[in-house]
Design a protein around this ligand. Structure first.
Ligand code: SF4
Ligand code: SF4
Length: 213
């Protein structure tokens, strides 16, 4: 049976008191998130207000958690919702099942779906965790409704942060194309900032040149 030495015990406590703390006083104090942090999704618009989602269902097909439900519909000829033939008529993500892997973002051909830095998504009713177009599609001013916005946990500015990982993984995200047409704005939010150590001064190169890099 071990002998309890109170002096040794308190020595451990004293040593820990003066060590640098690794915890923060969350939620009052939040750590800076990496640019590629995977928070809740948004559905983006083009600067002219059109929805980027074309209802192709690729995101739903690739989702390993099977938590996306999309139904496409033909665009009305007189009042199209998105460029092209179809738009996302129904779009739902069950956030209780999502594993935040970002496969949906990677699969999307139009960069319609992206992930933000906001991860506080607690709800009192399971039904509220199913985000519909109401919670997902950005308003033309670049904001998007978020459940429980009055909570002290919620920093709505985090809805405007994210997307950094796309430059590294999407073909159009090569450093050579940074700041160029392919990386247009998330509607209402402006151009995405370059991700260090990339530089906006790198400018476009020809496809052949960028292949050599
Ligand atoms: S982040 Fe992953 S699990 Fe979540 S909706 Fe996208 S593909 Fe599905
Ligand atoms: S979010 Fe992207 S991948 Fe999903 S249906 Fe819309 S356009 Fe297709």
């Amino acid at each position: 049976m071990g002998f309890f030495d109170p002096v040794a015990g308190f020595a451990v406590t004293l040593r820990q008191i003066f060590k640098r703390k690794v915890t923060t006083q969350y939620p009052e104090e939040k750590r800076t998130k990496p640019q590629r942090f995977h928070g809740r999704h948004v559905l983006n618009r083009y600067p002219d207000g059109m929805e980027k989602c074309i209802g192709c269902e690729l995101c739903a097909g690739v989702c390993p958690a099977r938590c996306i439900y999309v139904r496409g519909k033909d665009n009305p000829a007189d009042e199209p919702v998105s460029p092209g033939e179809r738009f996302g008529f129904v779009y739902e993500i069950n956030m209780l099942r999502c594993i935040f892997c970002a496969m949906c973002v990677e699969a999307c051909p139009t960069e319609a779906i992206t992930m933000t830095h906001l991860f506080e998504m607690s709800v009192g009713d399971r039904q509220d965790a199913i985000y519909t177009k109401t919670e997902l599609v950005m308003d033309p001013d670049g904001s998007v409704p978020h459940p429980q916005p009055e909570s002290i946990l919620i920093d709505l500015a985090e809805l405007r942060q994210g997307d950094g990982w796309m430059r590294a993984t999407a073909p159009a995200g090569r450093a050579a194309y940074e700041g160029v047409g392919g990386w247009t704005a998330t509607a209402g939010v402006g151009m995405r900032e370059p991700e260090p150590p990339q530089s906006p001064a790198s400018g476009p190169q020809s496809l052949e040149e960028s292949e050599e890099v």
